[in-house]
Each structure stands twice: as C-alpha cells, then as structure tokens.
Design a binder for this molecule. Sequence first.
Ligand code: 5GP
Length: 215
Amino acid sequence: MAKRGDLVVVSGFSGVGKGTVIKELMKSHPEYVFSVSGTTRYQRDGEVNGKDYFFMSREAFEEKVSAGGFLEYAEYSGNYYGTPSDYVFSQMDQGKNVILDIEYQGAFQVKERYPEAILFFLIPPSAEELYNRLLNRKTETMAQIIKRMETAVKETDHVHQYDTIWVNDKLEDTVNDFLAMHGNPELRIRRYEENMIKIPQIKKELLEILDKIKE
Ligand code: 5GP
C-alpha cells in the first residue's frame, strides 16, 4: 500500500498569491493535489465551477454542514467556505499530498482534527505590494478590497499559530522554498523565526494604507 500522503494547509492574506503558487507547484509535482472547496461566494470572472470552487447556495452549504460533509468550514468576509472531507482522505490514502487553501479558522479546525497536518502561512514582501495586487486583479470593488484588507489586519494576530511562515516574492523561489520546507521540519522552524518578526510591521503598514484609502 502507498505511504499515506500529507495534509498541507496554505493560508495567507487575500491577494497574496496562494492560488498562483499552488497552481505552479502542481504543474510539475503530480504528488500534490488540490482540494476544491465549497463556497457561497459569487463566482468571479474566469473561475470554473468544480475547479476553483464548488459554488453553492447558503441552503445547500448548510445542509452539507448538517450532514457532516465538511472536514472544516468557516465564514469569511460574509461568505461560507468549507473543505469536503471525502476527497481529502481518499487522496491521502492513495499517497497524494493534499493541499488546502483555507483561512485560519478552518486551518486550526484541521490541526485539531488531524494534528499531523502542516500549516503554512504565506506573506507578501510588504503590505503595499498586497494592496497593489488586490487593486490590479480588478475582481473586487474598493469596498470589498477594504473588507479584505481589514480581514488581513485581523489575520496578523493568528499567524504565530502556524507551523511556518514563508514569503511570496519570486514565484519560482516561493515554490522551491515550499518544497524544501515540506521535507524539512528544521527549515520550517527557521523560516517561522525569520518571518514572524516581519508581521508587526506588515500590520502597521496595512493599517496606514487602510487609513489612507478610507479618507
Ligand atoms: P477567496 O474568496 O479570495 O477565494 O477566498 C477567501 C478566503 O477563503 C481565503 O483566505 C481562502 O484561503 C479561504 N478559503 C477558501 N476555501 C476555504 C475552505 O474550504 N475553508 C476555509 N476555512 N477557508 C477557505
């Protein structure tokens, strides 16, 4: 029987580029598979149902919650998001490493239910860069960007609970660093220490940008 795969959680502020990093990683590494979440959020331009998310009504989502169909779920910026459990465990049993792109409340539920899960938090090189990425992707209104930046401020208070923290700078380096960290617990701790000290500064800058754009 194949060795059981790992459960890998990737969290990070909205707009930090988790999706791009995960897609790039999976292009050349078939041992990783992505868990497609259910969500009640509207479908953005270019998103494919069943590939990016399973888009669901609130009623359908709540029914699946009652039926115990989610490994974890959370409400984020006014919408539900959840990880369907059946896919995750069947893939791990086949030896695949399953990647979850989820926010912190879900990440900690996963860690509680499955302590072997490895929790990664991806940060931008700076708060300014995050703001620019949110602006440039042109998928949110300014009110939605403000909401996501405010959520990012709240998230900075939970980053210390992750197993490791890594920076999204150059795509290729970010992917390589992930691969190195996945196989190396000491490197995960080193990155945690290097990057945890950047969090207070990022929080301060996020608040300054928010002050400016809300004027
Ligand atoms: P977005 O709306 O930008 O696609 O995602 C918003 C947030 O929801 C991101 O932080 C993303 O990681 C998180 N998210 C996506 N799917 C899930 C899920 O299944 N469970 C939880 N808890 N969070 C999720």
